[in-house]
Each structure stands twice: as structure tokens, then as C-alpha cells.
Design a protein around this ligand. Structure first.
Ligand code: ADP
Ligand code: MG
Length: 251
């Protein structure tokens, strides 16, 4: 299977604290790969290193065979690697439709003027993206007024505006109700399928992880202690000891 994304011995220190310790992971074409680990394990930091939001102290990152170490985040997005953040990242005072429109205008490298919104630019594609994430009926609502789960759906549409081949989702169901979580997962699966995306995601809900992932990697204190198929992770003694055993008991 073709590798689309790879870190090689990624290493990051925050004032003497080793947050990511020589982590080498990869993502194959079309794969759904979950990164799990206790709070503070380094999952978000690893994402930030991959997307260029943080610089590596050593090691490298490559995307579709190209070394992207040190590349600026907006350039990495342009190459086809999109992400969502743990925090909501939308324009609350614009409509849902305009939020997507702005993302498409930015992708095309155009500057936008508020008065051009709602008019001609990228209307068809905006509508398509909203349909894809199930927000067609909310197109004219103020983004900030949407329920939390729907704001996350909007964020997904915004991430997809750059036509990515790889999507990184950091805790996509955090803060969601059980019902919203079920919807979000269904949507993520539909979208990865519809757009043939490879997915790298972090998630604290093990039901979600085992429901979606083709592969699971486990981070602990910044180190990769396991990477393999879901049916093997539960049996790995090291993983049981440091992670699953802690939060889910030994059963
Ligand atoms: P996770 O996402 O797995 O919960 P993080 O990647 O957010 O973990 O954090 C890993 C560790 O690095 C934590 O101990 C955190 O406090 C520390 N850390 C993260 N970002 C910074 C930063 N910008 N400066 C200093 N320490 C940080
Ligand atoms: Mg995190």
C-alpha cells in the first residue's frame, strides 16, 4: 500500500520536556489510522508537527513522497493535507454558506470583500460541500448559532474546501453528546469514502476508535509504543498496562 504521510523520527522538546520522542508513523492511501494515548501523551503536538504549526527539533515529515519538514501550514494545506482543530474554528457572525465560500475563495488565492459574499463566487461548490456534510438546510443560518455538533460539521466542510487527499482530525467528537457523536462518525465515514481520503485522527472515545480505525497507534509520554490492527491493540501487554488497562479495567 502506498504511503501518503510519514514522520521519520519526529522529535520535539518544550523547555527541556520531551513531548514527542523519535516518533515514526505513517498513513497509507485510503487508510483510517487512529492515534490514541492518555491526555498529555503528545497527540496534538504530533499533529502540529505534521501540519507545520510547530517546528521539529529533529526528524522529518513527508507528504506524498515530498519532504515537507519546515513548510508553512498554509502551504501544507495547499498540497492537500487538511486538518481540524480541537477548538471550533469558524466565523460565528457569517452564515454557514459564507463560511464555506470564504474557505473556497482562500483556496483559490483570491481576496474577498464582504459584499461579494452571497453572490457569485464558488456558489455551486459551497452548496455541494454543505450537502456533503449535511448542512444544506442550515446554509443561511449564522454559523455561531448552530448547535455544537453542527458547527463541527461546518468545520469539516471548511477543511474539505482545500480538496485534501489526507484529513487530520484532532478529537472530532470531543464535547459532543452521544447522539451527536454517532452522527459525526457516520459523517466522517461517508466523507472519507466519498472523497477517497486517508484519515489520521485522535479520539478519546474507544467505541469510536474501534468502530472506525483500520489501524491504531498508541502514544505514551511522547513515545510510540504500538502500531497495528485494532484486534491486536487490546492484547498488547504494554498498551494494556499504560492505557487501556487504566481507563477500562483489565477485563
Ligand atoms: P495530547 O494531545 O495527547 O493530550 P499534547 O500534545 O497536547 O497531548 O501535549 C503533550 C505534552 O506537551 C503535554 O505535557 C503538554 O503540556 C505539553 N505541551 C504541549 N504544547 C506545549 C507548548 N506549546 N509548550 C509547552 N508544553 C506543551
Ligand atoms: Mg490533544
Amino acid at each position: 500500500m502506498e504511503t501518503v504521510l510519514q514522520t521519520d523520527q519526529a522529535y520535539k522538546v518544550f523547555e527541556g520536556f520531551v513531548a514527542i520522542n523519535n516518533v515514526s508513523i505513517d498513513l497509507k492511501k485510503g487508510e483510517k489510522h487512529a492515534i490514541i494515548g492518555p491526555n498529555g501523551a503528545g497527540k496534538t503536538t504530533l499533529f502540529n508537527l505534521i501540519t507545520g504549526h510547530l517546528g521539529l527539533d529533529s526528524g522529518s515529515v513527508s507528504f506524498e513522497g515530498k519532504d515537507i519538514t519546515g513548510t508553512a501550514p498554509h502551504r501544507i494545506v495547499k498540497l492537500g493535507l487538511a486538518r481540524s482543530f480541537q477548538r471550533i474554528n469558524i466565523y460565528p457572525r457569517m452564515t454557514v454558506f459564507e463560511n464555506v465560500q470564504v474557505a473556497l475563495i482562500a483556496r483559490d488565492g483570491r481576496s474577498f470583500h464582504l459584499f461579494t459574499l452571497g453572490h457569485s463566487l464558488n456558489c455551486e461548490e459551497s452548496a455541494e460541500l454543505l450537502e456533503l456534510v449535511g448542512l444544506s438546510d442550515e446554509a443561511e443560518e449564522m454559523a455561531g448559532k448552530l448547535a455544537y455538533g453542527k458547527q463541527k460539521q461546518l468545520e469539516l466542510a471548511i477543511s474539505l474546501a482545500s480538496n485534501p487527499s489526507v484529513l487530520l482530525l484532532d478529537e472530532p467528537t470531543a464535547g459532543m453528546s452521544p447522539a451527536e457523536t454517532v452522527e459525526a462518525i457516520k459523517l466522517i465515514e461517508e466523507i472519507t469514502e466519498a472523497r477517497s481520503l486517508a484519515l489520521l485522527f485522535t479520539e478519546h472515545d474507544m467505541g469510536v476508535v474501534f468502530g472506525i480505525a483500520d489501524r491504531i497507534s498508541v502514544l505514551h509520554h511522547g513515545e510510540l509504543i504500538f502500531s497495528g490492527p485494532p484486534d491486536r491493540v487490546r492484547e498488547d501487554p504494554e498498551v494494556r498496562r499504560v492505557y487501556l488497562g487504566q481507563s477500562h479495567g483489565a477485563a
